[in-house]
Design a binder for this molecule. Sequence first.
Ligand SMILES: [Zn+2]
Length: 422
Amino acid sequence: MKFFLFAVITCCSFLQLNAQRSCATHAYWQTQLNNDPALRLRYNEIEQSAKTRPLISKKEQGTGVAEMPVITIPVVVHILYNTPGENISDARVHSQLGILNKDFRKQNDDTAFIPSAFAPFAADCGIQFELAKTDPEGRPTSGIVRKKTDRSSWQQDDKMKFSASGGNDTWDSRYYLNIWVCNLTKSLLGYATFPGASPEKDGVVIRTDIFGISPDNATAYNKGRTTTHEVGHWLNLKHLWGDTDCGDDGVEDTPPQKTYNSGCPSFPRIMANSCNPLPSGDMFMNFMDFSDDACLHMFTTGQKQRMQSLFETFAPRESLLHSMGLKEPWNTATPPEHLQDSSSLHVNLFPNPASTSLTLRVNKKELTMPATYHIYDAMGRSVLEGNYTAGRIIQVHTLRTGIYLIQLQWGGQTLTAKFVKQ
Ligand SMILES: [Zn+2]
């Protein structure tokens, strides 16, 4: 691993930077631990607790040990953009949430490609993700915060996590998974904190062009698996090779591995001088290896247990179970300035709540061309759509009582807003 870090950080050849996944989490975390003795103590304690946990076999799971109910984690996505193209659509964010949910619930379409030798280890991790409905002050939110920034490029130095350095401040990380989407320098795909991090830095950072599904992304990282991998770190998973030659990832059912894989290896993948004695070789299709997105398919039962243990009483991610982020908003005052992106377009709805009709107002400039609108219910189903021109009133009397999202699109612009039908 030392050689790998050296290669990634110091040898900036085009070939190396594009030939393999470039997750900065290990290097970032080592720096954090070296700079903060209190963090090292906290993290050692978390690690100790994770290591002493015996692996529950499939048999035991089936007979005596109760499965934890599915855990839903409230998510806020901070989109930091310098160019309009970096201000990615809500649809891109939703596509990424969809991928996370499939991958962590073993509902991904490509589980069929898991070699039969490894298939029995593949787990539904019982963890899912949902964009926040309520911000830390109790106000309604889409769970997506957009902010224009003067910075055109970002490093693994946490500047994106602070408004004072051109980023956007963390939402209380005890109650939200914070994901910052920004134009990380091209040699990085993303990085994450492990549990125990300083609360104001806790979260995941992903490079804009590989977040969610985009037709513009023709790279090997076009299936949203970088976010799956980084959220795995945020939930205390290590790389399979333990970030050293044949290291330990703290998980019993992942085979020992000499180092990372890249590209799309064929099964069985037996590395030269491997420490893995099994004929099935490396578990290169595990989300915590470095294979291409198209060739990552699974977490294991051991990884699931390691992640789920974080939610037990007094464990470091337990507070997320008590988040108000997915409850109904209780504060209907206007959002404070620091939570709005006043420099960008947004749409206001009147009245809200609405009973029969809805008027839309776009700030800064009026619509100059016909737009289309779609209204989605809380389950994400499209329930109403049509054409929209400025000043028109949209009839909503046919909708049932509940919370809806309206999406307005014109000339490459997309705006969304939430409203309540009463
Ligand atoms: Zn990683």
